[in-house]
Design a protein around this ligand. Structure first.
Ligand SMILES: [Fe+2]
Ligand SMILES: [Fe+2]
Length: 713
């Protein structure tokens, strides 16, 4: 019955935490989407900032304007082949213009000449249609002479017709040619004159230019020309100072990385359109990724580090150290996020950044994207197991050197000369960005409530004020916490969890007991148990309160959110069954809820693990009173795990069967080595761990022990 009530309540808690099931608008109202939308806005802000800075600092002065004269001489930076559209067009026009006109035989003119020759042969002056003066001259000639002249003229006309048909002469015969032909016949001079006049009137051009055919031939010729391809090598002049910048020259300049001075409207529009797809991409890529920080992705933080790395990349470009910005992203992401999520963030962030920051210059896109991919992969294996600030700096710097090697290799592949200055600049940027990562980590942790290995180390240090206080005022709880830290850390290592986080969580999980240490058995000296003189409901109230009071102390000492989750969730909604039964046996009218922790149940594998280890440790310690065999320890572990699963405390934690068996084995092994090296008598003197009474210490076996202790009084 209690189990059912608790399970329902637990489900309600979890649903409330998840923002209910009311669809998109309910999600917005509950703030689930607000963070995602906020993340997109942060990214847009950073992207627009970078685009504007680039325009303001670089392109506005040094860039070129389309359709204006160039303010400077531009040199090629990288070898490139491109199709010269403008050159191709000019060449095609020039080649087309070499065709002056296609000349074809003019059928009408030929027919007219044939008719006139026939008229001459027949002596038909009318049909010959000469000019009026010539007609009169010919008409006035004596009959035989006129006939002879017309016959001769007809014969010469035929000669010209035939020569034009054979293609030997397609134009109009010149005066000289006509005279030469006439003189070959040796007529009287006066006849020659008349024949010449007749021929020069009837011999008209027999050809004409065909416009359609000319156009078709020109088109064929133009189409047969291949596009003009040009090759530029580094150092070649692309545009001279004062030269007019045509659209093609603008295209070439952009391909070489030079930018246009126009206000970058198009880039800004692209950013606004493309950026909303970022969360979708992240969600698709990181399905199934387990987060230390519960179920939600820290959208604002993810967007901030990605955007910040774009800004760093832009600044790197200003000092000619292109590609180094991803060092900042890899550093912050791998130090504060689970590796699989960090991998996707570094990959996606660098690739999108390569498009936004570089203004689509081919070389820079390739360079920034490749270095981003390398940092993502190298960071995944490299930025783990950081145990000091120096190690972290060294690892980051080495990652920077690796990026530098990639940048140099790509520049070499693109044929860009490297000078000592640019190598030095890359080296300095690597060192500077490594230092920036370390410097901003504490700031990111404070603002976004994320946690890095360095912060975990600080938290786990015995010199932390809250741990010092715990050591002084509740030494029993302090030692319990340290032992739990060791146990949980060894298990976390084996199942691939963030063991430093689990250890820090264990150190602080019971800090709430600081308010009233003497109410918890590990802090009691001698046989005096304050609960003996208290009503069970009051005892339960005080014990349950250690969770709330722990959270208050966490607030006071500014512990990170992930550590607070250990405090809040380590008992889940477990019922203090020992006190509940005691109250019932006393005939008091009580409900199970009064004796249950308020929860929530563990929401991450880390807090789930701590709950298991805390309960198992307490149960094993309690049972050591009556027996200490390996089989007994194994049975106790088994029973506690089963109990937590069946009471639904681990419903929101995705432990696999393999995880659970590793947890059992590792704990059994550790308990064996811990208890079997100690004097059994000492162990039996240890009191049952009553403080976390609702744990599986409230197991049947333990309750028997307790009942016997309490009923005897
Ligand atoms: Fe506790
Ligand atoms: Fe505890």
């Amino acid at each position: 019955m209690n189990g059912t009530t608790n399970a329902t309540k637990g489900r309600r808690d979890v649903e409330e935490r998840r923002g209910g099931r009311g669809g998109f608008f309910a999600d917005v109202v509950h703030g689930r989407h607000l963070f995602r939308i906020g993340g997109v806005l942060i990214l847009i802000a950073f992207a627009v900032l970078v685009v504007l800075l680039q325009w303001f600092i670089e392109d506005r002065d040094s860039g070129f304007f389309l359709n204006q004269t160039s303010p400077r001489t531009y040199f090629a930076l990288t070898p490139m082949r491109y199709v010269d559209d403008e050159g191709t067009k000019a060449l095609r026009t020039r080649v087309g213009d070499t065709v002056a006109g296609v000349i074809v035989r003019d059928g009408t003119a030929v027919d007219r000449l044939i008719l006139r020759i026939e008229a001459m042969v027949q002596g038909d002056l009318k049909g010959l249609a000469l000019s009026q003066g010539l007609t009169e001259l010919v008409q006035n000639l004596p009959e035989p002479e006129r006939k002879k002249i017309l016959q001769e003229a007809a014969a010469l006309g035929n000669e010209f017709l035939e020569s034009s048909e054979s293609g030997a002469d397609i134009g109009t015969p010149s005066s000289e040619a006509i005279w030469r032909a006439i003189e070959r016949r040796s007529f009287p001079v006066e006849d020659n004159n008349i024949i010449y006049q007749i021929l020069s009137e009837i011999l008209q051009p027999l050809t004409r230019v065909d416009d359609d055919l000319t156009d078709a031939v020109r088109d064929d010729l133009r189409d047969s020309l291949q596009p003009v391809e040009r090759t530029v090598n580094p150092g070649d002049i692309l545009v001279e100072k004062g030269q007019y910048i045509t659209p093609q020259l603008a295209r070439v300049l952009k391909m070489q990385g030079y930018s246009q001075s126009d206000f970058p409207w198009r880039q800004i529009l692209l950013v606004i359109i493309a950026m909303p797809f970022w969360p979708v991409w992240v969600l698709i890529q990181t399905r199934g990724v387990r987060l230390d920080t519960g179920e939600h992705r820290p959208w604002l933080y993810l967007s901030f580090i990605v955007g910040f790395s774009w800004l760093a990349e832009f600044l790197s470009m200003l000092v000619h150290a292109e590609g180094m910005g991803s060092l900042l992203l890899a550093g912050t992401a791998y130090l504060t996020l689970p590796p699989s999520l960090a991998l996707q963030i570094v990959l996606g962030g660098s690739l999108i950044g390569s498009l936004i920051i570089t203004g689509f210059s081919t070389l820079h896109v390739v360079l920034v994207a490749t270095v981003g991919i390398i940092s993502a992969i190298a960071g995944f294996y490299w930025l783990k197991d950081v145990n000091s600030r120096t190690t972290l700096w060294r690892k980051l710097f080495l990652l920077g050197l690796m990026q530098m090697a990639v940048v140099i290799a790509i520049r070499w592949a693109f044929g860009i000369a490297l000078n000592p200055r640019s190598v030095f600049s890359l080296f300095l940027t690597s060192a500077a960005l490594s230092s920036v990562v370390i410097a901003i980590l504490p700031l990111l942790e404070t603002v976004f409530d994320v946690i890095s290995p360095l912060r975990l180390m600080e938290l786990s240090s015995p010199s932390h004020p809250l741990l010092k206080k715990l050591q002084m005022e509740a030494p029993g709880t302090y030692h319990h916490s340290l032992m739990l830290g060791t146990l949980a850390e060894s298990v976390a290592d084996r199942i691939g969890m963030n063991s430093a986080l689990v250890k820090a969580g264990a150190y602080y999980h019971d800090v709430g007991k600081l308010r009233r240490p003497q109410f918890f058995v590990e802090n009691q000296l001698g046989d005096v148990n304050v609960h003996d003189g208290l009503k069970p409901s009051l005892s339960a109230l005080v014990i349950i309160a250690h969770v709330r009071e722990g959270l208050e102390l966490a607030e006071e000492y500014r512990l990170p959110g992930v550590i607070r989750q250990f405090i809040a969730e380590h008992h889940g909604t477990t019922n203090l069954s020992y006190f509940y039964r005691k109250a019932k046996n006393m005939g008091l009218g009580v409900t199970a809820d009064q004796f249950s922790y308020i929860g929530p149940k563990p929401q991450s594998r880390e807090t789930g693990l701590l709950m298991l280890v805390d309960s198992i440790e307490a149960a094993v310690r309690a049972e050591m009173r009556s027996s200490s065999s390996v089989t007994d320890i194994m049975k106790t572990i088994e029973r506690v795990v089963e109990g937590k699963i069946s009471s639904g405390q681990l419903d929101s934690v995705d432990f696999t069967l393999k995880d659970l068996s590793i947890i059992r084995e590792t704990l059994l092994h550790t308990f064996q080595s811990m208890y079997h090296t100690r004097n059994v008598r000492d162990i039996r003197d240890v009191k049952p761990a009553q403080e976390d009474g609702g744990d599986e210490k409230a197991s049947i076996q333990e309750e028997k022990v307790r009942d016997s202790v309490h009923s005897s009084r």
